[in-house]
Design a protein around this ligand. Sequence first.
Ligand code: PLP
Length: 380
Amino acid sequence: MKGLSNASSQLKPSSTVAVTARAMELKRQGIDVISMAAGEPDFDTPEHIKLAAKAAIDAGKTKYTPTLGVFELREAIAAKFKRENKLEYAAAQIQVTTGGKQALFNACWALLNPGDEVIIPAPFWVTYPEQVRLFGGVPVFVQTRAEDGYALELDALEAAVTAKTKMIILNSPSNPSGVVYSDETIEGLMAIAEKHDLWVMSDEMYEHITYTGKLPVSAAKFNTDRVMTINGASKAYSMTGWRIGFAAGPAHVIKAMDAIQGQSTSNANSISQWATIAAVNDTSEYINMAREAFRGRRDAIVSGLNRIGLPTPTPEGAFYVLADTTRIHKDETEAAKIILEQARVAVVPGTDFHAPGRVRLSYACSLEQIEEAISRIGKI
Ligand SMILES: Cc1ncc(COP(=O)(O)O)c(C=O)c1O
């Protein structure tokens, strides 16, 4: 029998999903596992968003919508960009997608040709290189280090540019390192993009979970014409299961992404779209509550891990830390296994993120769970 396509057989399954599955399996066996592997806020979706979804069902808003997304949602997203990011986008420059993942996927599909190189600062979210490869692109990694607070060295970034480079993927705040790039770094990165005529994919999924006291600057602030801004409802409003993401960028790219989505999944879920209008319009209270809760948990997990001999830098955004686990095992995959099997704490090895010697812990769980996890890991 003829086999699978080259693209699908090269695709790596997500390591986060694999660890979460193993942790769930242990839980099913009645074993008390603390899950610090998955990347989702533990808060419930705010009530007013749920009510908007119920109202949408009652009003019969349960049919196909325009592929780009319902106009009212795109208008609300455009207003959000203006209010929070000082960016001017028309509704025609915004696409609503099935989660942020699909926004990235559509944009990669619209922009990449086989052989195009895409620069990705490492550690990175595991999905980026896989999506780039799916379209025949070649990921090129620029390593950043814990000792430097995962700061992006602009000279190293520029040194990675070749005649084949088409795009830079920027993710600030970052999953998994939690680094938030300074305004100067983003401005410098945009100058490099300008000089070498590159696209920038700016994944701003964690923009609201930032402990610096201000919203990070959007890359598009420096040049809207070469940036695809990716964001969504999942992390900001605790809506991971609702599957709403969005992309904003030049109209011709959004038009290409519209055609791609129109021939694949069509519109994102109609009820979730109507609920997201409520989320985008009115969530500052929830966002502030969640950010401050995450801040307390971050402080607890960073000090706890350092106390038990797992050096961990303090991240300025998102809800992950990268802990040095070489004390437990020099290989991070082995360390993650030991932590799961002995301490019953699920963590993700840094291997696929290009964070050698480290594991990623998500602190989107209660303070009690964090204290318990530290106490258990400390006994290894
Ligand atoms: C950096 C980053 N971007 C995008 C996404 C995608 O989010 P969604 O669940 O909306 O597809 C995630 C999810 O983990 C993420 O960590």
